[in-house]
Design a protein around this ligand. Structure first.
Ligand code: NAP
Length: 253
């Protein structure tokens, strides 16, 4: 269903795998062109690009490490990719960092985590706002930040460092929604709970979802596609009066 403007594109950071890849596919099905970033898995990124192109959309992928990369240069590269006008940003790339208690964290891991999950995410919001703002000649648009239920639950015993980074994402969402609302830009967040992706194994806990699923009222983990649906809705005109919201997608947890 190509219902959206076919000369507009959406940026999905971390679009090669997991929630980002599911979002990229959903966004393409809705009729947008697509720019994705990934850290190093070019094979996974290529697969997403092929799927997007099969939907008849234009797409590009760019390797970009949120821990070290220059966000301004990233957006400049997308400006000249021939994808049309920027309509939306899905700030999805993120890591949990290793499972550690408060007494075990160190400066290097916090620097890495907070740069990826907060500083670079905020700079992506900035670059998107500069391009989409109606006060600067843009057509308006939507930003969706992928937060986490951990931001509200606290992450105790696992990763309060990660939870804190997502708490910052929640605050950035509220503040930016207020600052950018008068410039045609809606800003929202989603807070997924236990979603089946490779992020748990990357944190060193491949059994985590299986172990924790008993605490989910709906009795199961979530799929990346179930998060993507909410993100797509927040990007689309169907959520035209929604800004500053944070949709919890956690099966009731
Ligand atoms: P994932 O399956 O591990 O995928 C992570 C994506 O981000 C990949 O595209 C990866 O690229 C990219 N990425 C990782 N580190 C990066 C870096 N330093 N710079 C740039 N890109 C990087 O993760 P996911 O579970 O889909 O998580 C996506 C978002 O949802 C994250 O913000 C996460 O915090 C949030 N979330 C997830 C869950 C869950 O249960 N899965 C729950 C709540 C919130 P490569 O493919 O190149 O590695």
């Amino acid at each position: 269903m190509a219902s959206e403007d076919q000369n507009a594109y959406v940026i999905v950071t971390g679009g090669s795998r997991g929630i980002g890849a599911a979002t990229a596919r959903a966004v393409a099905r809705a009729g947008y062109n697509l720019a994705i970033t990934y850290k190093s898995n070019s094979a996974a990124a290529d697969e997403v690009i092929q799927a997007v192109e099969q939907e008849g959309r234009r797409a590009t992928a760019r390797a970009f490490d949120m821990a070290t990369g220059n966000v301004e240069e990233l957006f400049q590269a997308f400006d000249s990719a021939g994808l049309g006008q920027l309509h939306g940003l899905v700030n999805n790339a993120g890591i949990t960092g290793p499972i550690k208690r408060l007494t075990e964290v160190d400066q290097a891991m916090l620097d890495d985590l907070f740069r990826i999950n907060i500083s670079s995410l905020m700079l992506c919001m900035k670059e998107a706002a500069l391009r989409m703002s109606t006060a600067r000649g843009g057509a308006g648009g939507a930003i969706v930040n992928v937060s986490s239920r951990a931001g509200q639950l606290g992450g105790a015993g696992e990763w309060i460092h990660y939870a804190a980074s997502k708490g910052a994402v929640d605050t950035l969402t509220v503040g930016a929604a207020k600052e950018l609302g008068g410039e045609g830009i809606r800003v929202n967040a989603v807070s997924p709970g236990l979603i089946e992706t490779e992020i748990h194994a990357a944190a060193g806990a491949p059994e985590r979802v299986e172990k924790m699923v008993g605490g989910v009222p709906l009795g199961r983990s979530g799929a990346a596609e179930e998060v993507a649906e909410a993100i797509l809705w927040l990007l689309s005109g169907k959520s035209s009066y929604v800004s500053g919201a944070n949709i919890v997608i956690s099966g009731g947890r």
